[in-house]
Ligand binder design. Structure first.
Ligand code: ADP
Ligand code: MG
Length: 230
């Protein structure tokens, strides 16, 4: 019976998620439909350009929801490889370089000399750091400091720390719930997807946050041995 219960739990969770996705996608679709109908009737209105751009934004929104879920759709266990974590982080930082400078955020990356090999899917791990760092950037609308520290011992530990808006106890509780967002244009899926990916690499996450002070994400992965011949 335990097994059955477990399965029912999972089915209930899937049902909830499906209902959430359906809801999140239906909202933008409804407004796309409405605006497009309006645009096709009123061919002379002077607000056409504005309406078109709303339609495009809503399409973009549907697209980002679908994209975030696609990350979860592929099984990963088969394609895990041993990868150095530092180059993965530097790559993500260079992708975000323009955005970081535009947002007046100074970045500091620290690490020790030892190996930091993690059994992972490189692209998915990039996605994880991209999500965390983007959140940090969005938490510092007036600029700030982003600190990324990698430590390698029995585990590979990565801390991503910002001095941004922080979170209340209540917000912290809701982290990782599908569609929980405090942003106007947020999907509330980034962390959920990231946690799932980290879990699939046998990693763990914990969060420290204080309102108006900042937030630290602590991520740890089991260390992969660099065994020859493997
Ligand atoms: P989104 O970024 O689309 O809102 P996420 O799943 O990435 O979705 O994040 C969910 C919520 O968690 C955010 O809306 C925000 O309230 C909170 N959050 C995540 N990272 C941070 C951070 N570094 N500082 C403050 N709040 C954060
Ligand atoms: Mg996000």
């Amino acid at each position: 019976t335990e097994e059955i219960l477990h399965r029912q739990d999972k089915l209930a969770a899937v049902g909830q998620l499906a209902a959430g996705i359906a809801h999140e996608i239906r909202n933008p679709l409804t407004s796309i439909k409405g605006y497009t109908e309006f645009l096709s009737m009123d061919e002379t209105g002077k607000d056409r350009q504005e309406l078109f751009s709303i339609v495009l934004e809503e399409i973009e929104r549907v697209n980002s929801i679908v994209e975030e879920f696609m990350v979860l759709s592929k099984p990963t266990a088969a394609s895990l490889q041993k990868k150095e974590i530092i180059p993965i982080i530097t790559n993500v930082l260079s992708v975000l370089d323009y955005q970081l400078r535009k947002s007046k955020i100074t970045t500091q990356l620290t690490f020790d000399d030892s190996e930091s090999l993690v059994e992972c899917d490189e692209n998915k791990l990039k996605q994880v750091f991209l999500n965390f760092i983007k959140n940090a950037v969005e938490a510092m609308p007036n600029g700030g400091n982003l600190l990324i520290a990698v430590k390698s011992s029995e585990e590979i530990k990565v801390e991503i720390k910002d001095n941004g808006v922080g979170m209340t106890e209540e917000q912290l509780q809701k982290i990782g719930e599908p569609f929980f967002t405090t942003k106007n244009d947020g999907t509330g899926l980034g962390l959920l997807v990231s946690f799932k990916i980290i879990e699939s690499f046998k990693g763990k996450v914990y969060i420290e946050s204080e309102k108006n002070k900042g937030t630290s994400f602590h991520i740890s992965f089991p260390k992969a041995n660099n065994t020859l011949g493997e």
